[in-house]
Design a protein around this ligand. Structure first.
Ligand SMILES: Nc1ncnc2c1ncn2[C@@H]1O[C@H](COP(=O)(O)OP(=O)(O)OP(=O)(O)O)[C@@H](O)[C@H]1O
Ligand SMILES: [Mg+2]
Length: 266
């Protein structure tokens, strides 16, 4: 597996950082390995001694109340933040998708998807063909020449997914990607994500506030409570028809409890 080792840059202060991306274990079947990870902002601890793995192709949902540290953790895995302590082993170039699609407004949809591909090593024709193929997979062929501002929220997120997956990443990190969509569009995005996942098989970390989304999509759910990983639970259901499985409601209740939602709120 092409997991890379990266030497972290020193802190802006010039102090040597304790952060490091560890050497990949060649025999390992894990895409992500996090050990004793902690992060402070101005002396305030936000992540405390986090340990977990994500196996190749595994879909992990990360739940937690607002401010519990989910985005902080995701940003570290995405290599957008290296001022942590502990070790993080992860692919060098994970794909990342956010709530806001972050399409470049001055590039048309196809050109935005092409941005997901490396410029070196792939010639122009091949880049275009791969981007077109990926746009077809997310059902946006007809919008290839559209400007991002003309897309609906759901279409913009589909374009963002196409850009993220076009280079077939080993790891896809998503921070509340469907949070701004209406309920119906969100359900359609779930279906699309399931299909894309089956086809491309990246390891996936999905940050979400939506417990149902987590149970319906993921293989495993992690819960962060005030910066501590308080729950790490396998979802024991097959992919199809989860909502109707015996035990669905109990699992939902267990997660609500872990997130500190009182009975009265249900
Ligand atoms: N750059 C920063 N500087 C200072 N504090 C920060 C910074 N980034 C995050 N924090 C703090 O870290 C804590 C965790 O933030 P984070 O964004 O990870 O939470 P979250 O779980 O993603 O919340 P939400 O569900 O609202 O998105 C918060 O208290 C936040 O204020
Ligand atoms: Mg967040």
């Amino acid at each position: 597996m092409a997991t890379d080792t990266v030497t972290p840059t020193p802190h802006a202060t010039g102090k040597p950082t304790e952060a490091r991306h560890a050497t990949a274990e060649t025999a390992s079947r894990t895409t992500v390995k996090v050990r004793a990870l902690s992060r402070e902002f101005d002396g305030r601890g936000v992540l405390h001694d986090i340990n977990f793995d994500i196996r190749d192709g595994e879909f992990v949902a990360l739940l937690g109340r607002s401010g519990s540290g989910k985005s902080t953790l995701l940003r570290i895995l995405a290599r957008l933040d290296d001022e942590y302590t502990g070790t993080v082993q992860a692919p060098k170039r994970p794909a990342v998708a956010f709530q806001d699609s972050r399409l470049l407004p001055w590039k048309k949809v196809l050109a935005n998807v092409m941005l997901g591909l490396p410029t070196r090593g792939v010639d122009g024709t091949e880049t275009r063909a791969r981007a077109e193929e990926m746009l077809a997979e997310v059902g946006l062929t007809d919008h290839a020449k559209a400007w991002p501002k003309t897309l609906s929220g759901g279409e913009a997120q589909r374009a963002s997914l196409a850009r993220a997956l076009v280079r077939r990443p080993e790891l896809l990190l998503m921070d509340e990607p469907f949070g701004a969509l209406d309920a119906l569009t969100r359900l359609r995005m779930h279906q699309l994500l399931r299909t894309l996942r089956q086809r491309h098989r990246p390891a996936l970390l999905l940050v979400t506030h939506d417990i149902d989304e987590a149970i319906l999509l993921a293989d495993r759910v992690l819960v962060l409570t005030d910066g501590v990983l308080s729950l790490d639970l396998d979802i024991p259901f097959p992919v199809v028809g989860r909502r109707r499985r015996p035990g669905f409601t109990e699992l939902r209740d267990r997660l609500l409890e872990e997130l500190g939602v009182a009975d009265d709120d249900r």
